[in-house]
Write a protein that binds this ligand. Sequence first.
Ligand SMILES: [Zn+2]
Length: 85
Amino acid sequence: MFLPISIIDDFLKSYKENNPKEDTKNLPKILSETAKSKKDGAVCNQCGQPIWAIGTAIVGWDGCFTCISGEADNSEDYEIEGVCF
Ligand SMILES: [Zn+2]
């Protein structure tokens, strides 16, 4: 399972720290949209698993954790609180 993280407080703060050059001003809006689509049942357009809301927000296509990151284990990665499945 993913580690739950809240959108504004935790994720954006750590994302900005790790990606200081990245423009993050639209990220809160995009993240709340991808979290909502995941809640509504959005699936990865490669394999049909539930999308990874954070990854989808960053890469810009509907993908699950495995297809976006290339890794099978998501236990050390974050997902928006409330859609950690
Ligand atoms: Zn996938």
